[in-house]
Design a protein around this ligand. Structure first.
Ligand code: HEM
Length: 122
């Protein structure tokens, strides 16, 4: 695997490694307060980013577009802002980061929807 597919899957693997460590820390401490942030790191960072990576690996024509790089940057920024944003929101320290991150994450899914729709082959 190389190119943009590699970077999506590499970020996904990093997210789930951190996410699992966080889960173990929550279990060991008995403090599940930030479970919502942990869940989003795993589900958006690992599952969603990983699926994007596998898609780009399976569809090289989509990976070759410059839009794929834009997609990666928007999706990465979404996860990086949304996860700490949710932690801040849960602990009542503001919601702006969560809002910004979630809008970027939504934008990344719109880019993916467009990419899928415009890469149909016979
Ligand atoms: C070493 C691996 C993991 C550990 C030790 C772990 C641990 C935990 C713990 C302690 C909670 C809080 C449970 C509660 O308060 O009811 C939790 C919640 C959750 N985890 Fe994990 N987790 C792990 C991996 C994952 C992965 C890989 C995913 C998703 C792909 C995931 C998704 C979730 C979800 C969706 C929740 C529920 C969040 C909520 O109710 O707000 N976890 N996890």
């Amino acid at each position: 695997m190389n190119g943009i597919a590699f970077w999506f899957v590499a970020v996904a693997a990093l997210c789930v490694t951190i996410g699992m460590g966080w889960g173990i820390q929550m279990s060991a401490s008995g403090n599940h307060l930030l479970a919502g942030a942990h869940a989003h790191l795993n589900l958006v960072g690992w599952a969603t980013m990983g699926l994007f990576g596998l898609y780009y690996h399976a569809v090289p024509a989509a990976a070759a577009r410059s839009l794929a790089k834009v997609h990666f940057i928007v999706a990465l920024a979404g996860v990086v802002l949304m996860v700490p944003g949710i932690a801040l929101a849960i602990t009542e320290r503001g919601e702006m980061l969560a809002v910004t991150g979630s809008l970027l994450t939504f934008a990344s899914m719109l880019i993916f929807l467009f990419t899928v729709a415009t890469n149909r082959t016979a």
